[in-house]
Design a protein around this ligand. Structure first.
Ligand code: ATP
Length: 343
């Protein structure tokens, strides 16, 4: 589901579930058998060609019962799902509930006992698709390097005009509660200052930032680039808006300052080579994990750690990720930074 392109071989029949969990709940044409010719050329496409959606029905048991029934209809006994922590949480819940969903289908006479017999358990494998690189337990999520590439290209374009006119630019990048995109863009583009949620600036950041930028100018820099993650805040969790930074640079240093919000261009376009490689290698590992799974196996999520494709416990990865958000909420920024480490 959602990943689509990485069709398994190994004698399996593979299906694509269109429009995320909504497709699983609706069934019928939304769950389609996929052959090689259906997915040819997909590797270099951006986005997801089988669609994705948020689905309220799947949050409730009746929706999941319908989804289970649709899967049996098609003879599906394993699900590879590519999504964020919400999708993975839903997948694991579905797997844990599966035996009782089978019982309910029989009780409600939607299926006979013989129908459900071959579906005693459901294998679930997670892949993480996100530009934010916000899942703990992995070094990179599928999409984050393509997005970083797009951000760097955009900043290169902005650089030309900034340099020519000696301007300052405040650039807002995506990432939700995660500062990875902002931080890595800052490193890759030589930004003067970066704001990220996990490591907010000091209490007198206004002065600190202005001093740093003044010093850079005195050293002969003709342009100024400040990157603000969309989830950036100060140590009291007050949102740091690009407008605040722009005003400071204009009024305190007298720089001709502009704001650029990169927006959805960061999410689109063809994937970079790293993401194609990651999606393909992780897709292969996901198929292996599905085929090797037993009722006793805990649901895995496929990760990359120190350049190796590895399996991690899906529930634990989601929990670790949620702990980062909680650490930020209680202003424990040291724990938030540590929580972003792959391990
Ligand atoms: P992104 O990081 O891009 O937002 P996500 O997978 O975290 O991706 P969510 O909106 O949180 O996005 O979840 C996607 C879908 O997964 C939901 O619309 C819902 O159908 C299902 N889902 C999420 N959490 C649960 C849950 N606790 N139980 C059942 N289903 C869930």
């Amino acid at each position: 589901m959602t990943s689509g392109g990485d069709s398994p071989a190994s004698g399996c029949t593979s299906y694509a579930v269109f429009e995320g969990y909504q497709g699983l709940v609706d069934g019928g044409e939304m769950i389609r058998e996929m052959k090689w010719e259906d997915v040819r050329g997909w590797l270099s496409e951006g986005g997801t060609l089988i669609g994705t959606a948020r689905c309220k029905a799947f949050m409730e048991r009746p929706g999941r019962l319908k989804a289970a029934n649709n899967m049996i209809e098609k003879g599906i006994n394993a699900l590879v799902i590519c999504g964020g922590d919400g999708s993975l949480t839903g997948a694991d819940k579905f797997r844990n509930e599966w035996p009782s969903l089978m019982d309910e289908l029989v009780e409600k006479k939607m299926r006979t006992a013989d129908d459900v017999k071959p579906y005693k358990h459901l294998n679930i494998v997670g892949l993480v698709g996100s530009i934010d690189n916000d899942l703990s337990s992995t070094d990179a999520t599928i999409g984050c390097y393509s997005s970083l590439q797009r951000i760097c290209q955009s900043i290169d374009f902005i650089d030309a005009t900034a340099f020519s006119h000696q301007r300052a630019f405040v650039i807002e990048v995506m990432g939700r509660h995660c500062g990875w995109l902002a931080l890595m863009a800052g490193v890759s583009c030589g930004a003067d200052f970066v704001f990220i949620p996990e490591n907010p600036p000091t209490e007198n950041w206004e002065e600190e930032m202005c001093n740093i930028i003044k010093r850079h100018r005195e050293m002969g820099k003709r342009k100024t680039i400040v990157i603000v993650a969309e989830g950036a805040h100060d140590r009291k969790l007050n949102h740091i808006h690009p407008k605040m930074v722009e005003e400071l640079l204009s009024t305190r240093i007298g720089l001709d300052t502009r704001i650029t919000t990169l927006g959805h261009v960061q999410r689109g376009g063809p994937p970079c080579a790293y993401d194609r490689m990651l999606a393909t290698l992780q897709g292969v590992e996901a198929v292996k994990a599905v085929l090797e799974a037993t009722p006793e196996t805990v649901s895995p999520v496929i990760c990359i750690v120190e350049n190796k494709i590895v399996r991690r416990e899906l529930v634990k990865a989601v929990q670790l990720t949620q702990e980062v958000a909680k650490a930020i909420e209680r202003k424990d920024f040291e724990a938030a930074m540590k929580g972003r480490d792959a391990e």
